[in-house]
Design a protein around this ligand. Structure first.
Ligand code: F6P
Length: 334
């Protein structure tokens, strides 16, 4: 059983969990699942520490009052963990046995593609319906224009880079700013445009060291005294951000170069209004789909409307970089 839709499913007990890297908006999604379940008179359980907590039986009932005042909080009240044990059949059996103790008959997984893969295998093995809500700052999930946390992370990055720009200008410096995105350049590309970066290096395109150097030389010649280069952590040149900075400093001696790695601060903080609303919509839709008997799908957003994508497609599909944005970034650097 991969994806089924029937009209007469009777769901009585839903479990919700967060898994993989946390993202702002996860709490708002938990709140939405809990309150939507209560609206439909379905019992809701929170699984703590993702699939590992499911194996360990860390499962507690959640009611509408358990999720008071979390819509504005970063992180996840359910905590998150990576579980090697859940990759084994034995581990998954233990997890299922724990769900059975609370008569849980459906699961909402909030996370990224790794979390969805676990959910899909679990559904296939035990026939328990699973619905996914995409939660990751990287926005690297096929089937949704926005994952939870992406908008907040972009705003966090732009705010940080604005501050870096102040000091870059004061000292006539070139800054390399590394942002998250192991496999995807969405954060780097959008924040690069939003923060006015000179160059944007992303995993989806290999700019090459030489072109980077030539371009920075050109911009220096054109009168720019300071610059920002936005680097996604998974960028394709194959050098880490410190090596890149060293190479440029060696070959462009008129520039003083500095590096700033924004790191995990991008995953924290209060979610933006966009992420809170998106989380609220996705949580409600997840519960409503489970009531309808839908299973093995991810809730997404496209053109402002909620969408459904089979989990296996969400996992395998590629969330492509928008070439129009690449073009905008190239012209704006003039
Ligand atoms: O949440 C996704 C992500 O932020 C990636 O961009 C990054 O490479 C990774 O998580 C870091 O994960 P961890 O917190 O396990 O170091």
């Amino acid at each position: 059983m991969e994806t089924t839709v029937s009209s007469d499913a009777l769901i009585t007990n839903i479990a919700v969990l967060t898994s993989g890297g946390d993202a702002p908006g996860m709490n708002a999604a938990i709140r939405s699942v809990v309150r939507s379940a209560a609206f439909y008179k379905i019992k809701c359980f929170g699984v703590f520490r993702g699939y590992q907590g499911m194996i360990e039986g860390s499962i507690k009932p959640l009611g509408p009052r358990s999720v008071n005042s979390i819509i504005n909080k970063g992180g996840t009240i359910l905590k998150s963990a990576r579980s090697d044990e859940f990759r084994t059949k034995e581990g998954r059996k233990k997890a299922f046995a724990n769900l059975q103790k609370s008569n849980i008959d459906a699961i909402v997984v909030i996370g990224g593609d790794g979390s969805f893969t676990g959910g899909l295998i679990f559904q296939q093995e035990f026939g328990i319906p699973v619905i996914g809500i995409p939660g990751t700052i990287d926005n690297d999930i096929f089937g949704t224009s926005h994952t939870l946390g992406y908008d907040t992370a972009m705003n966090t990055v732009v705010e940080a880079v604005d501050k870096i720009r102040d000091t870059a200008i004061s000292h006539n410096r070139l800054f390399f700013v590394e942002v998250m995105g192991r496999d995807a350049g969405h954060i780097a590309l959008n924040t690069g445009i939003g923060a006015g970066a000179e160059e944007i290096l992303i995993p989806e395109a290999n700019m090459g060291l030489d072109r980077l150097l030539q371009s920075l030389k050109r911009s220096k010649k054109s009168g720019k005294l300071s610059s920002i280069v936005m680097v996604a952590e998974g960028d394709k040149i194959g050098k880490n951000v410190f090596e890149l900075a060293e190479y440029i400093e060696d070959n462009l001696p008129d520039y003083e170069v500095r590096v700033s790695v924004l790191g995990h601060m991008q995953r924290g903080g209060a979610p933006t209004c966009f992420d809170r609303v998106l989380a609220s919509r996705m949580g409600l839709r997840a519960v409503e789909e489970l009531r309808k008997g839908t299973s093995g799908y991810m809730i997404g957003i496209g053109n402002g409307k909620m969408t459904l994508t089979p989990l296996d497609k969400a996992i395998k599909g590629e969330s492509k970089i928008d070439n129009e944005l690449v073009r905008v970034s190239e012209i704006m650097r003039l």
